[in-house]
Design a protein around this ligand. Structure first.
Ligand SMILES: Cc1cc2nc3c(=O)[nH]c(=O)nc-3n(C[C@H](O)[C@H](O)[C@H](O)COP(=O)(O)OP(=O)(O)OC[C@H]3O[C@@H](n4cnc5c(N)ncnc54)[C@H](O)[C@@H]3O)c2cc1C
Length: 419
């Protein structure tokens, strides 16, 4: 197939049909689905070892994994198979729970997850080129080919890789996306996230993720506790404040609603990373190029999670890139099918989550207390259990906005909002 296409295209000299920048989960999923269509796919990755260092909590919904065809993850990748819901805490410690009878999400080891995806993609024929830091990607309109310039970090030499189509999946690093001609995600859309792996925590429920809200402690986000056993958890915080590491330490050592639970605890690992909130790019294709995953801001504005939503978009990107090779058309006219398809599947969800995040960001801690009071008094958690889904949050948000108690609440908290 490749030989026939190459001779028709006259591109015998190209190193790959589709070249992907970045071997995170989204790059690997795009690669896997492109390679499944029988074309030649390479991934250029700056790291020496895929997945390391790790920078993610790894909370992934079971439904989302099924949608990505990843419902049969090897057991060693999964750290907790029993997440059934979440407990939400107000700044003063009011709490409500959203819990279902069945497992809703897994906690996975992100480094092993990324390696598992790499192995799957390699089996489908994808060529991983590690230690290659991409510097630039340029499409030549005359030859209709893409030239990727990279630094070979082992040989310390600049080199080039040519392909017919490229997919930028470089995560939250902005430079490549911007240099390849896509709109830059504004700096304001990035939050710095810090996470600790902590042992010997008391009062942990292995079935429940904890979300601690406070616009004083974590403005623009929240603190999460994601259990990996009865006594250990990943504890993280992101915020618009810099540096937010102080807020995470404050939470563990001083925060009145939790500090007693950490008296005997010890921190085993510390990590940090960038979380993108409301940074969605609308134009994600150009001649010979697509952009996907965190690089395209395809994360949930409510939580910053991007493995499932980015994975859905990345899968589409890989398929469309392969189709463009098979159709011998790498123009934007063809490739923008990718924009159309991911928007059809995800855009209304992204918009609802962006609106929800916009509202929550404006709630002072006093207003948050009133929201919790209303939810608890009116059993609104039951409505969320009925309509909610970790990845598709539009339905539950619509139902909430129509609830009489929420409408009344909106009128009460309006004077407490900060703009
Ligand atoms: C603290 C924290 C916790 C999180 N928790 C969750 C969670 O629980 N659930 C969830 O769904 N999401 C979570 N996320 C978000 C999630 O990590 C991202 O949405 C996801 O990693 C996006 O995948 P990606 O493949 O687009 O990017 P990445 O995973 O960032 O992968 C990009 C890859 O591109 C490579 N790269 C970058 N630039 C270049 C270059 N110039 N040349 C070559 N290679 C390059 C990088 O080395 C990297 O391997 C969390 C994020 C943080 C920071």
């Amino acid at each position: 197939m490749r030989k026939i296409l190459s001779s028709i295209f006259g591109v015998r000299s190209l190193e790959s049909d589709v070249a992907i920048v970045g071997a995170g989960p989204i790059g690997s999923l795009a690669a896997l689905h492109a390679a499944k269509k029988g074309i030649k796919v390479s991934i250029l990755e700056q790291r020496k070892e895929i997945g390391f260092p790790d920078h993610c909590a790894g909370l992934l919904s079971v439904n989302g994994l099924t949608l990505l065809g990843l419902d049969n993850l090897p057991r060693n990748i999964i750290q907790n198979t029993e997440i059934q819901g979440a407990k939400f805490y107000s700044p003063s410690g009011q709490v409500f729970s959203i819990k279902r009878n069945e497992t809703q999400a897994y906690v996975i080891n992100r480094a092993l997850f990324d390696q598992f995806l790499k192995q799957k993609a390699e089996k489908a024929g994808v060529n991983y080129l590690t230690n290659k830091k991409v510097l630039d990607a340029n499409f030549d309109r005359n030859n209709k080919k893409l030239t990727i310039e990279y630094l070979d970090l082992k040989l310390k030499k600049k080199k080039q890789h040519t392909s017919t189509v490229g997919i930028i999946a470089s995560g939250s690093k902005r430079k490549i996306a911007q240099d390849s001609g896509f709109k830059q995600i504004s700096n304001r859309k990035y939050l710095t996230g810090y996470q600790y792996d902590v042992e010997n925590i008391s009062d942990l429920d292995i079935n429940m993720v904890e979300i601690h809200l406070s616009n004083k402690l974590a403005p623009g986000f929240f603190v999460y506790i994601i259990p990996t056993s009865q006594t250990s958890a990943k504890i993280g915080l992101a915020s618009r404040l810099k540096p937010s590491i102080d807020q995470l330490n404050h939470f563990i050592q001083i925060h009145p609603t939790v500090k007693d639970r950490f008296v005997k605890s010890s921190i085993k690992k510390k990590y940090s990373g960038r979380i993108i909130i409301n940074g969605l790019l609308r134009k994600t294709s150009s001649n010979g190029l697509l952009i996907t995953g965190d690089a395209a801001g395809q994360t949930k504005a409510t939580t910053g999670g991007g493995v499932i939503t980015g994975g859905i978009a990345g899968t589409i990107a890989g398929k469309i890139a392969a189709d463009s090779i098979l159709a011998q058309d790498n123009s934007r006219r063809f490739l923008k099918k990718y924009d159309v398809l991911w928007k059809k599947q995800l855009l209304s969800q992204f918009k609802s989550m962006a609106f929800f995040r916009w509202c929550v960001n404006r709630l002072t801690d006093k207003a948050l207390e009133k929201v919790f009071e209303t939810i608890i008094e009116n059993n609104i958690a039951d409505l969320i259990v009925e309509k909610g889904d970790i990845d598709s949050q539009a339905d539950v948000l619509r139902a909430l906005l129509r609830h009489p108690a929420i409408i009344k609440l909106a009128i009460r908290v309006l004077p407490l909002l900060q703009f």
